[in-house]
Design a protein around this ligand. Structure first.
Ligand code: PLP
Length: 385
């Protein structure tokens, strides 16, 4: 079977061959000087991407592990948390809060829309007794392709002392994120999204205010104790055996990212967003998210009436080798999603739209072959002028 695929899902994302080669290096001692140099270089690079001077620790887990660590380290049983949910990953924060005995208050917005920072501001202003200890929110809600205005949500706290815990797993390095300037206390990211390496690492930035909260935390925890990770990092180590080869991959990926430069990387993702949205519109399909809140990482598209996501995605994969994602949670059967983050090139999007047009035609949906590709090309042509 051919390995070649155009993988356009919102993680895991395609892995550059440089990264794959780097990860094939011989094993090293994770308590030795090579790993110390490795984790130090990785930490410097991460701080640059995070735009922070605070600590960034790396966990050997998927992104959800870091979400769990955030709940376990910064919320004690009985603490009140405001979970702002705009989709499936917001629901995951709620589940974690329940499991850890957090007094959960949900602030839900319809899937496909962004959170209203003013609603957060009003709720926190009401909380004059400062019962709410943390606000938890996604930056990019991967299940709907909506980007929250994290800067505005952070500002919405005013003088309220609640920590802001941001799940930026699919946003970091795809959307602008200024950890320190925006006063984000805890920011979570994951390896298999815009970082272009396989799944298995999760990164967490923690500022001084959040460390103070963690020091008073009363939860039982062991593997996901972030203070242990911070303390080990001082001697160039991790508390337990890390996923060493993924760290090697991360170093290579960070070198690539910093060589490209943050502004270029962000512009590239914004371009992909605009290319995909233009292509979708030209085919007469409906986008889930509005232009103002559209994600630079993933685009959700409503499945034409009478069809299911699998009708499109199965043909895309089996006939054309283009791999797209379905829906999640309550939108499972209503949308399909094109991931366009990380190691993606314009030509991948040309291929995706060429194949999508053929698939729509096969399904009997009226389509002019080439219309989507032309719209996608047009955006690229205008942007490169
Ligand atoms: C991918 C993703 C996660 C989950 O990460 P896993 O690595 O699958 O555990 C959480 N939040 C968001 C916004 C994501 O995109």
């Amino acid at each position: 079977m051919w390995e070649k695929q155009v993988l356009l899902i919102p993680g895991p994302t395609p892995v550059p061959s440089q990264v794959l080669r780097a990860m094939g290096a011989p094993a090293i001692n994770h308590r030795g000087p090579e790993f110390k140099a490795l984790i130090q270089e990785v930490t410097v690079g991460l701080k640059e991407v995070y735009q922070t001077k605070s600590d960034v620790v790396v966990l050997s887990s998927s992104g959800t592990g870091a979400m769990e660590a955030a709940v376990a380290n910064f919320l004690s049983p009985g603490d009140k948390a405001l979970v702002v949910s705009i989709g499936n990953f917001g629901e995951r924060f709620k589940k974690l809060c329940k499991i850890y005995g957090v007094d959960l208050e949900a602030m839900d917005f319809p899937w496909g829309t962004a959170a209203d920072p003013q609603a957060v501001a009003r709720r926190l202003a009401e909380d004059t007794g400062h019962q709410i200890k943390a606000v938890l929110v996604q930056y990019n809600e991967t299940s709907t392709g909506v980007l929250n205005d994290i800067k505005a949500i952070s500002e919405a706290r005013g003088n309220h002392p609640a920590l802001l815990i941001v799940d930026a797993i699919s946003a970091l390095a795809a959307a602008e994120l200024k950890t320190d300037e925006w006063n984000l206390d805890v920011v979570i990211s994951g390896s298999q999204k815009a970082f272009m390496i396989p799944p298995g690492l999760a990164m967490v930035s923690v500022n001084a205010r959040a460390w103070e909260v963690a020091a008073e935390n009363t939860n039982r925890k062991f593997y996901f104790d972030l203070q242990a990770a911070r303390d080990s990092l001082k001697s160039g180590q991790t508390p337990y055996t890390p996923a060493v080869s993924l760290f090697v991959g991360l170093r290579e990926a960070l070198r690539m990212m910093l060589e490209e430069g943050l502004p270029a990387m962000l512009a590239r993702h914004a371009l992909y967003r605009d290319m995909v949205r233009a292509g979708v519109k030209s085919l007469g399909l409906e986008l889930l998210a509005g232009d103002a809140v559209a994600s630079p990482a993933v685009t959700a598209i409503k499945v034409p009436a009478g069809f299911k996501p699998a009708d499109i995605n199965k043909r895309m994969r089996e006939k054309y080798g283009v791999v797209l994602a379905g829906g999640q949670g309550k939108l499972k059967e209503d949308i399909f999603r094109i991931g366009h983050l990380g190691y993606v090139q314009p030509v991948d999007l040309f291929a995706a739209f060429a194949a999508l047009e053929l698939v729509l035609k096969e399904l009997g949906i009226p389509v002019t072959l080439g219309a989507g590709v032309a719209a996608v090309q047009q955006v690229l042509a205008e942007r490169s002028e």
